[in-house]
Every structure is written in structure tokens, then in C-alpha cells.
Design a protein around this ligand. Sequence first.
Ligand code: G3H
Ligand code: 13P
Ligand code: ZN
Length: 336
Amino acid sequence: MVSYKELGLVNTRDMFSRAINGGYAIPAFNFNNMEQLQAIIKASSDLKSPVILQVSKGARNYANPTLLRYMAQGAVAYAKELGCKHPEIVLHLDHGDSFELCKNCVDLGFSSVMIDGSSLPYDENVALTKKVVEYAHQFDVTVEGELGVLAGVEDEVASEVSHYTKPEEVIDFTTKTGVDSLAISIGTSHGAYKFKPEQCTRDPKTGRLVPPPLAFDVLDEIMKKLPGFPIVLHGSSSVPQEYVDIINANGGKLPDAVGIPEEQLRKASKSAVCKINIDSDSRLAFTAAVRKTLAEKPAEFDPRKYCGPARDLMEVMYKHKIIDVLGSDNKLAQLD
Ligand code: G3H
Ligand code: 13P
Ligand code: ZN
């Protein structure tokens, strides 16, 4: 059993309450490899932003759970080396799908876990979430639950259509389970194809797809029921068209990829939404830089020569999210 406190990590409680009161959101960036982690820590440390490092079940399988935990521990040391004396870094399990997986992460030194029972019948979601909360809270590990179903793939759970969170359920769910934050469904979805072309209109000037707006009326209803309660948005990549264009111009094939417009995420960040999940944009930045570098330098075979530019582009993207979308720069509790 390792306590996250020994690793220099923090849970989400304090940073979420500051984010809600301050009208900004904390970035939750997924990582699977060293370059993503380096870019996340460089961006958040340079900008003095609290940050949530998210590890999915797929990331654990890809990188090895123990190694990921030590990488997060290394991230704290790296942030300090970069001049951030008091970093606030959360190591969070993304889309935990069983009590055993959540327990394993708590025992390994994670400071926060998500139990995603959103695809279960309501009563089973409540029971599973409550069980995880009871275990995690013994160690001051915070827990995120989910109500409502996002379209797209949530690890092994795939849904064709989204079901918005029902505002009439949120009080009962949060009271019975004791969760610290609640992921909701208001029209976001995972991946780089968040909307089908038939759900969108087309900008006549650019020919680009323009997605339908998020259901801010549902968010408002939820906030009325749960004043001041931390809300989480999954599936919040914007799928920057510049990265999609670079990928497509260099041998890739991502037709009609579309994400959540940034102005909608900016609006959400000012509300009780205090955690915004971004994974796909990092994948797109990485892939764009690798494809471009290899297309321009076909003789290159040193991975540092194409993973380096990928890391740089991800850092630019993370910094843009922190400053221009979520507003979490200069929000560490101790800035000196
Ligand atoms: O919510 C899904 C995250 O983007 C993680 O994706 O399960 O492919 O690692 P993954
Ligand atoms: P995106 O696919 O929009 O980046 O969402 C990531 C996410 O929600 C991780 O849990
Ligand atoms: Zn998610």
C-alpha cells in the first residue's frame, strides 16, 4: 500500500472548490507515454496550473501500472526541477470499470479514481460507486462517478447514442454514493468523431462541419439541483482542424473529424464544470507532428527526431488549453 501523499501528489478536493469559486476548470490530460507526460508537466509547470494526469485501463495495459505510477512520481520531481516549488498534480484513474481496478489504483498511490458505472442500471451504478467511495475515502482518495451515457467508446463500453444525464437523479446519486465529483452527459463524446456529418451544419465559407451546441440547459438544471458541486466533462477535445489537415496532407485519413468548439468549453469552464477531459487532441497533435516530420525527412529513423517535435506540439496545445480555454494558469494555491 502506497499513499499518494508520500509521492507528492494531491487529491482533487481543494483544487475543485477553488476552480468552481474562481470560474475556471482544471485540465485532465490522459497520458500513456513519456513524451505526453513531459509535455503536460512542462505546460502546467510553466503556467503554474494545477493538473490532473489521467490513466485509463488501456493506458495501464499499454504502459504497465507500476511504471505509470513511478512516472507520476517522477512528474512531481520534474515539475519542481522546472521551478514550480509547489506543484498540484493529481494521479487519476480514468473510467475505472470495477471495484477491484479502483482499489488497485488506490493501493498503488493514485490520489483520485473514477468509477464509471454509467452503463449499469441506476441502482447498480449507485451500489458500485458507493463501494468505491467507501474504500477510497479511507485513504483520502477522491472519487468521480458518472450519470448519463456519452456516445462513442468509453474504454470497452461503446454506445451509439448519448443519453443526457437526468437532472432529477443527481441529488439522489450524489447523496447515496458520497462521490466527490460527477461526470455528466450533455452532448460531448469521446474520440475524434464526436458528431456524425448529418448532426452538423456546414460552414459555407470553409466547408467545415459545425457541430450542434452542448445541452447547457441540462447543465443549468444540474447546477440548480447541486449548487457548488464539482461537475466533470468527458469527451472535451476540440479536434483542431489544423492537426487534422496536417495528418490528412501527410498520408493520414481522418475525414470529417469534428470536436467540441472551444467557445463552448470556455463557457463550461466558467460554470460548476471544474474538470475537463482531453485526450484525443493530444493524440492528434502527436500524430500530426510525427507524420509531418517523417514525410519531410523520410531517411529519419531516430525516434527522438520525430517524437521530439510531437512533444513540442503537444506542449503548445496543452498551453493553449490552459490559458485560452480552461483559464487554469496561475491558479496554484502557492505561486511562489
Ligand atoms: O475516455 C477515453 C480516454 O480517451 C482513454 O482512451 O481507453 O483508448 O486509453 P483509451
Ligand atoms: P476526448 O476523446 O474528447 O479527448 O475525451 C477524453 C476523455 O473523456 C477521457 O476520459
Ligand atoms: Zn472519458
